[in-house]
Structure formats: structure tokens, C-alpha cells
Design a protein around this ligand. Structure first.
Ligand SMILES: N[C@@H](CCC[C@H](N)C(=O)O)C(=O)O
Length: 292
């Protein structure tokens, strides 16, 4: 089966974008995995699919698969690339686009310089809704927000880490580290991702505070491993940092792949805004085995 694709990246978080506005490709989870494979396929952290609007009041449907083939609710860097794709490919002439995702409606806005700001919606901090199983644990209060002890495998240093469970439509566990470049992302990432207290698995964020308006961040992503940047991870980290009283309402997040700016007024109903780059890389055609 031969399909056309576009490769894009947002702060180094890379995507294969598929256009299903003229009909479904009907890919299996193994075929998404094949596309994402960096040796046999195109290579990507996520596969983004553009579909026609499923309802009144939105312009498109945005479907996201992780590199492991699983469908997920939200992807922030992908949302910026999605908006740039539908605009630059002539699928819409709107510069503010309303997009349906599994996590609700988001609204990317294209700027003249090529960057995109996305209204990512309000964060969810109720542990049960992340979902995070908090039963039997004693949280610590810091500022206006809680942090929860997460016991990791004994081989992990430290054996217990303190995290904020935050949902940006998808689940995140954010912890503060002293030096992000020396943080045990590879060792702790998989343990946090698969921790029994996160029944839908989780994206693990490691945030170093530089000052009240600047952080460094690495994220070990659910279903993709460490990526050069994670947009929803940046939103979740800033929400946690503001809740803990460590950050102001506008924060520059330095990732290994580029800069994301996150804004949040701090109220439960306040929506998070994310601004960052969205770039085309190349286009092509690939043969995908029918049976995988
Ligand atoms: N890279 C993304 C997040 C993609 C989904 C995530 N791995 C999950 O499983 O929730 C972003 O930029 O937000």
C-alpha cells in the first residue's frame, strides 16, 4: 500500500502528517508503528492525521498516534504543525482554526512569522481525572498545589520522586530537578511511564527552574521515549510550577529542540496558551506492508 506523507517538526518533536480529508487510509496500529520507525519507515515521534470536521463549530479533526502505534488524546507541538499544514496546504484560509481532538476542542492561531499560538484549554489537576491513583498516599502542599510521592523501582535514584499529576487532555507527571542535563531521564522515564498509579501510563517531565520566567525541560513521552520537546509537557510543567509558587504567568520553556512560551493565569478554569515553531521538513511517498 502506497501513501503520501509530509514530515514536519515543532521544536524538534517530529511528525509524519497524513491527509485523510478525501478518505480514510484505514491504517492499523502496526502500520502507524511502521511509519514512525526510524530504520524501516519515515521516522517520527508521532503520526498526525488530518480529517474533515466531525461536527458543527470545528474546522477539522486531529488524530494523534504515538510512535508505538497507540492513539492518544493530545499533542501540543503537533497542534502547531497541524495548523500550519492545513493552512499552507490550502485546506483552509483561516488563521485561527478550531480543531476537534480526543481531549476536546483546541484553537491554534497562525502568526505571520510562522510561529503558532495554541489555546490548549484548561489543565486538569484533580488526580483521579489525570488519571492518578492517589489512595493511601500523603501529598505535600507547596504554594497552592500538591506534590505526590511516587515510589520507583529500588534501582532508581532517588527511589521516591515527588510529582504533580497534571492532565492537558493527556497525562503528565512533573518533577523539579536541580540540573536537567544530569537528570535520570532514561532510568526513571520508563518506570514513571508504566507506574501502576498511572493506569493510562504517563508522560514524565523533568523541569529545572532557572528563574520565575524561564525553565529547562526534558520529557520522557508515553509511547515515544524521550523527545526533543513536548508541547503538552511544557504546559503541564508550567502549570505545576505556577501552582507550586515557583513561576510567573508567562514562562519560556527551553527544550533540547527549541523554545516554547507558555502562559497561564493560574485559575482552574484559565486556559493555557502555548507559542512555538512549526516547520515543514520534507514530503514523500512510502510503501507500507499490507499485513503487519
Ligand atoms: N509530543 C506531544 C505529546 C504526544 C502524546 C504523548 N506522548 C502522550 O502519549 O500523551 C506534545 O507535543 O504534546
Amino acid at each position: 500500500m502506497q501513501i503520501r506523507f509530509t514530515k514536519m517538526q515543532g521544536a524538534g518533536n517530529d511528525f509524519v502528517v497524513l491527509d485523510e480529508t478525501q478518505g480514510r487510509l484505514g491504517l492499523s496500529s502496526a502500520q502507524y508503528r511502521y511509519l514512525a520507525n526510524r530504520h524501516f519507515g519515515v521516522g517520527a515521534d508521532q503520526i498526525l492525521t488530518v480529517r474533515p470536521a466531525p461536527a458543527e463549530g470545528v474546522d477539522f479533526e486531529y488524530v494523534i498516534h504515538n510512535a508505538d502505534g497507540g492513539e492518544v488524546e493530545q499533542c501540543g507541538n503537533g497542534a502547531r504543525c497541524f495548523a500550519r499544514y492545513v493552512h499552507d496546504k490550502g485546506l483552509t484560509d483561516k488563521r485561527v482554526i478550531r480543531v476537534h481532538t480526543l481531549a476536546g476542542v483546541i484553537a491554534p492561531e497562525l502568526h505571520a512569522d510562522g510561529r503558532v499560538t495554541v489555546d490548549m484549554g484548561a489543565p486538569q489537576l484533580d488526580p483521579a481525572k489525570v488519571p492518578f491513583i492517589a489512595e493511601g498516599l500523603q501529598p505535600q502542599m507547596q504554594g497552592n498545589a500538591q506534590k505526590w510521592p511516587l515510589a520507583l523501582d529500588e534501582s532508581a535514584q532517588p527511589a521516591t520522586v515527588w510529582v504533580a499529576p497534571v492532565s492537558m487532555g493527556n497525562p503528565h507527571a512533573v518533577q523539579v530537578v536541580e540540573d536537567v542535563d544530569r537528570a535520570p531521564v532514561e532510568a526513571q522515564g520508563p518506570l514513571i511511564e508504566h507506574h501502576v498509579r498511572f493506569p493510562q501510563r504517563v508522560n514524565a517531565g523533568f523541569m529545572q527552574i532557572i528563574n520565575r520566567a524561564e525553565v529547562k525541560l526534558r520529557v520522557y513521552e508515553r509511547g515515544a521515549g524521550e523527545t526533543l520537546a513536548c508541547g503538552t509537557g511544557a504546559c503541564a510543567a508550567v502549570v505545576a510550577g505556577i501552582g507550586w509558587g515557583l513561576l510567573d504567568a508567562r514562562v519560556d520553556v527551553h527544550t533540547r529542540g527549541g523554545l516554547l512560551t507558555i502562559e497561564w493565569a493560574g485559575g482552574a478554569q484559565d486556559r493555557v496558551r502555548m507559542t512555538g515553531p512549526a516547520e515543514f521538513v520534507f514530503e514523500g511517498q512510502i510503501d507500507i506492508p499490507e499485513t503487519l
